[in-house]
Design a binder for this molecule. Structure first.
Ligand SMILES: [Cu+2]
Length: 188
């Protein structure tokens, strides 16, 4: 009898968990969590957009994110932010290192996936498909949820938690004004 009564509660927890884990994918030893984009401005002809997530390497070999593909944009690639005086500039990087045993957080104001030549606006509540290309693990395709235009991650999700642990800057600062967090690979 106890088990029967417990079942609805267990189901509720399962549903809540899968909501928090939207935007997930896995390939080889790599686990991708919480992939999201921000809604684009509806009144502007915005042709670029970022995508954010955490990538955990549970294996013992380092890997790299070397490319991205999605049919929402003409092209995409890895970006990071570099401080120039008081200004944060976005710069393309050839690859993002995913060290063995580490979780790398792609988030606004830091490393991220960047799309150029956006083919359509990203509307809050929408979802698109993103293929991540890794040097060793191969390709992983993850669903990316479009959150609000200033989202730092799913509420309570891994990106938000990672930001908090990094000694977080303001959660509401716009992307181009967010103080640079410590580099993800500061141990190297
Ligand atoms: Cu960028």
């Amino acid at each position: 009898m106890y088990l029967c009564r417990a079942t609805p509660l267990m189901l509720g927890l399962t549903l809540a968990t899968s909501l928090a884990l939207a935007g997930d994918g896995k390939v080889g030893q790599l686990e991708i969590r919480g992939a999201f984009s921000r809604a684009t401005a509806s009144n502007a002809d915005q042709t670029v957009a970022g995508a954010f997530m955490t990538i955990t390497n549970t294996g013992s070999d380092a890997d790299k994110l070397i490319g991205v593909k999605s049919n929402i944009a003409e092209k995409g690639g890895a970006h990071t932010h570099v401080r120039d005086g008081s200004v944060l500039n976005m710069v393309p990087v050839g690859a993002i290192d995913i060290p063995a045993g580490h979780t790398v957080t792609l988030q606004p104001g830091a490393m991220h996936v960047m799309f150029h030549g956006l083919k359509q606006p990203l509307e809050q509540g929408g979802r698109y498909s993103l293929t991540l290309q890794f040097a060793k693990a191969g390709e992983a395709t993850v669903p990316v949820d479009v959150l609000n235009s200033s989202a730092m991650g799913y509420p309570g999700g891994p990106a938000t938690m990672g930001l908090g642990m990094a000694g977080s800057p303001s959660m509401t600062a716009p992307m181009n004004a967010t103080p640079m967090a410590a580099p993800m690979d500061s141990k190297q």
